[in-house]
Design a protein around this ligand. Structure first.
Ligand code: CO
Length: 152
């Protein structure tokens, strides 16, 4: 495993759309292992492939005991809402309040190419939405709520 370099905003790669993963091979497994280690080392709860310079449709999230490798993920259901402060390992010195669903169902492939569905809530749902946004070139502050400040 290796810690990879995290791409920082305003690098243009963070604004591009990812391509689906089609090969579930050793190279993919190594990438996922590296991404998990990179995320943990940077003390984040999620990391998407563009953040390590690759336009691949995958991300990892780790919230408490839950670790997920989301490959070709699709949000199939969402409900409720939550408003909380968000940041990003690629965006230094910036945080903002973002509204996200409280619950999401996400369908994804694992590293072997099998499809699964996970039902997430709270911070895990937030992390999932944030990372999937990355796969479309969207950064959290694009969705920042106005009229919200840290003092509130
Ligand atoms: Co991010």
């Amino acid at each position: 495993m290796a810690i990879r370099n995290i791409v920082k905003d305003p690098d243009g790669i963070l604004r591009k759309k990812c391509r689906d993963v089609v090969k579930f091979d050793e190279k993919l497994a190594k990438l996922l292992d590296d991404m998990r280690q990179t995320m943990l080392f940077a003390d984040g709860v999620g990391l998407a492939a563009p953040q390590v310079g690759l336009l691949r449709n995958l991300a990892v999230i780790e919230v408490d005991e839950l670790y997920l490798e989301l490959i070709n993920p699709v949000i199939t259901a969402q409900s409720g809402e939550q408003i909380d402060m968000e940041g990003c390992l690629s965006v230094e010195g910036k945080n903002a309040y973002v509204k996200r669903p409280m619950y999401v169902s996400v369908e994804f492939s694992d590293r072997f190419g099998e499809r699964h569905t996970a039902h997430l809530e709270g911070l895990a749902a937030r992390a999932c939405c944030h990372e999937i946004d990355h796969l479309f070139g969207i950064l959290f502050y694009d969705k920042a709520l106005r009229n919200y400040s840290e003092e509130e």
